[in-house]
Every structure is written in structure tokens, then in C-alpha cells.
Design a protein around this ligand. Structure first.
Ligand code: ADE
Ligand code: ZN
Length: 354
């Protein structure tokens, strides 16, 4: 299997036809990344020092040794614990700027970025601090790298629907620059039916709607996200493969899935990349996109995920270009920007040398 190296991401793979493919240069859109999941170990230590916080880790190596997960919950426990270092607007801005720099280096041209307001509110960090910092990080990162970025506020599905409604009202009152809402955290046992009211309200407000579903939960979580929440994209959705009727529906209705291969391997949703459902979903005509989820925790950013699936499943340059085109189509960008990105992907494809 393809080896993950973070410091020097492998950017070229040779496909079966002999084409060298420069994956970091492929223009792409990131549709599934949690900004809190881009918090790298080094930045955790820096922010802890700046905010005079004691960490429960003796060293970077001690922290990194904890990045072996059994399932989604074991990851979430560490992910929420590490957020303790994010206190001020400046911390959030620095986190966002670091992500956009890293993403742009891997060919990300536009990112629709999740954040978890409740995970910060519950620690006593104000919504204005979170939102002002993230918005400033987006402004700085976009100006420096040429990316565009947008924010999607996720509600924690292990908390109540009433709390989600209240947080949405707070986001509106704070004039938070969000383009949509999402749903994340512990999936199994927390059905979409808890959140019908907040999704209905978001629709009234003209916000886009996405939700995690079918990550650890079965295909019924995906159907419920579509039927009860009216989502426009499904985050993960990989367990849809267990239901052929649902797979046909996803394909026919062109409902995009934001697939995160490294995440599924690291959280043991699949036993290895070779067993991932991605090729099956593509073969069934489902609109799949490749994303990083929580790259600081799962061993790679967007282009690392592209490179790994390219190597594992022998995708050609044309196949990778199609995945990138899917990411453009599935985004909430305006048509003229989508057309410009598609043209850039076409240019990239013509430049791949045999
Ligand atoms: N929050 C951050 N990453 C997540 C994931 N992969 N699933 C659910 N909630 C999350
Ligand atoms: Zn996610």
C-alpha cells in the first residue's frame, strides 16, 4: 500500500498507462474538513504555552502515540480534549491560516470548512471569539494563497435538537458568515430525527444543509439524512453500499458523498484501504469526492488522500480529474467559478506527461 508521509507528501504516482500524475497540482475542492481536526501536534503545544495551559502530555511523541484509534468515539475523545488550547480569536485565526496554507500547497482551490460551535461554547469560549477568528483566518489565508473558503457550522448529534436550534439562533444573531449547517460527532444512537427542526429553520434562512451519515451508522442513517433533513450532500455515506436501492438512489439523484479514505481506515470503518467501498460507489455511478476530514489526526491532507486511492485502485490521471470535477460540482460555488475550476482541471489533465 501507498505509504503516508506528511512532511513531504508524495505528489506523483504513475498510473497503469504509464502516466506520471502530479496530484498536488491537480486543482481540487475540499468539502469535508473540520477546522479543529487540522490542529497539528506542534500547534497544540504552541497554543498551550501561549495560553498558559498545562497539557496532559509529556512531549510531542507522547501526544502522537495517542493517535491510534479504535473507532470514531476514541478519536472524538482526543479531538475534543485537544480543543482546550483554542481560547482566543487569534488562536482560531492562526489555525485557519495554517490550514489554508497547507491545503493550497496540495492543490485545494476552494474549501467549505466545518467548525463545531458547541464544542467551544461548552468550554466557555464565546461564539463571537470563534467566528471572528475563523473569519479572519479565512480572509488572511485566501488573500495569501488565492484560495476561497467558506464556513459550515456543524451541530453535535450527541447533544439535543433544542440546543442545536438555540446555537443556530446565536449564529444568526452574531451575523456569523456561514454558508450552511452540518451534523457531526457520535452517529450511532443519535438519529437524524432529533434535528428536523434545526434543518427546517436552516432551510428557511437560505442556508445549505449537509450531514455526516453512514460513517459508522448503517444506510438508514443516510436515507434519514436525505428524507428528514433534506441534505444536499452526505458526509462520508460509505455504508450506503450495504443497501443497493440506496446506492441507485444516490446515483440517480446525483447526491454527492464526501468520502474521506484515510479517516475510514484510521477509525477502523474498513480494515484497510484495499477494502474501501470507493471503487464500488464509483462503479455504481455515485458522485464521490475525496476529502481529508481531520488531516492532523489521520495522516494526510486532501492530496495525500487522492494519492493513496490513486495508488491503491490504479486510478488514471483522467480518473483523478473526474474526482476533482466532482468536488467542484458538489461544492456550493457559483456556476462561473465552477466553470473556471473545471477549465483548470482540464489544463492540468493535458499537462500530465505519459
Ligand atoms: N467530528 C470530527 N471528525 C468527525 C468524524 N469523522 N465523524 C463525526 N464527527 C466528527
Ligand atoms: Zn467529518
Amino acid at each position: 500500500m501507498y505509504r503516508q508521509t506528511r512532511e513531504q507528501p508524495p505528489i506523483s504516482v504513475r498510473d497503469p498507462g504509464g502516466t506520471m500524475t502530479d496530484i498536488a497540482a491537480l486543482p481540487k475542492v475540499e468539502l469535508h474538513v473540520h477546522i479543529e481536526g487540522t490542529l497539528e501536534p506542534g500547534l497544540i503545544f504552541e497554543l498551550a504555552a501561549r495560553n498558559s495551559l498545562d497539557l496532559p502530555y509529556t512531549s510531542l511523541a507522547d501526544l502522537r502515540a495517542r493517535y491510534a484509534f479504535d473507532d470514531l468515539q476514541s478519536f472524538l475523545d482526543l479531538y475534543y480534549a485537544n480543543m482546550a488550547v483554542l481560547r482566543t480569536a487569534a488562536d482560531f485565526a492562526e489555525l485557519m491560516l495554517a490550514y489554508l496554507r497547507r491545503a493550497a500547497a496540495g492543490g485545494v482551490r476552494h474549501a467549505e470548512i466545518f467548525f463545531d460551535p458547541q464544542a467551544h461554547l461548552s468550554r466557555g469560549v464565546s461564539l463571537t471569539e470563534v467566528v471572528a477568528g475563523l473569519a479572519e483566518g479565512c480572509r488572511l489565508g485566501d488573500a495569501e494563497t488565492g484560495t476561497t473558503s467558506a464556513l459550515i457550522a456543524c451541530f453535535l448529534r450527541d447533544r439535543s435538537g433544542e440546543e442545536a436550534l438555540d446555537v443556530l439562533a446565536q449564529l444568526v444573531a452574531a451575523k456569523a458568515p456561514i454558508i450552511g449547517i452540518g451534523l457531526d460527532s457520535t452517529e450511532v444512537g443519535n438519529p437524524a430525527s432529533k434535528f428536523t427542526a434545526v434543518y427546517a429553520r436552516a432551510k428557511e434562512l437560505g442556508l445549505h444543509r449537509v450531514a455526516h451519515a453512514g460513517e459508522e451508522g448503517g444506510p438508514e442513517y443516510v436515507s434519514d439524512a436525505l428524507d428528514l433533513l433534506g441534505v444536499e450532500r452526505v458526509d462520508h455515506g460509505v455504508r450506503s453500499v450495504q443497501d443497493p436501492v440506496l446506492v441507485r438512489r444516490l446515483a440517480t439523484e446525483r447526491i454527492p458523498l464526501t468520502v474521506c479514505p484515510f479517516s475510514n481506515v484510521r477509525l477502523k470503518g474498513v480494515s484497510s484501504l484495499a477494502d474501501h467501498a470507493l471503487p464500488q460507489l464509483i462503479a455504481a455511478g455515485v458522485m464521490t469526492t475525496i476529502n481529508s476530514d481531520d488531516p492532523a489526526y489521520f495522516g494526510g491532507y486532501a492530496e495525500d488522500n487522492y494519492a493513496a486511492v490513486a495508488a491503491q485502485f490504479a486510478f488514471s490521471a483522467a480518473g483523478l480529474a473526474q474526482l476533482a470535477r466532482n468536488s467542484v460540482e458538489a461544492s456550493f460555488l457559483p456556476p462561473d467559478r465552477k466553470a473556471a475550476l473545471d477549465r483548470d482541471i482540464g489544463t492540468w489533465l493535458r499537462l500530465q506527461s505519459p
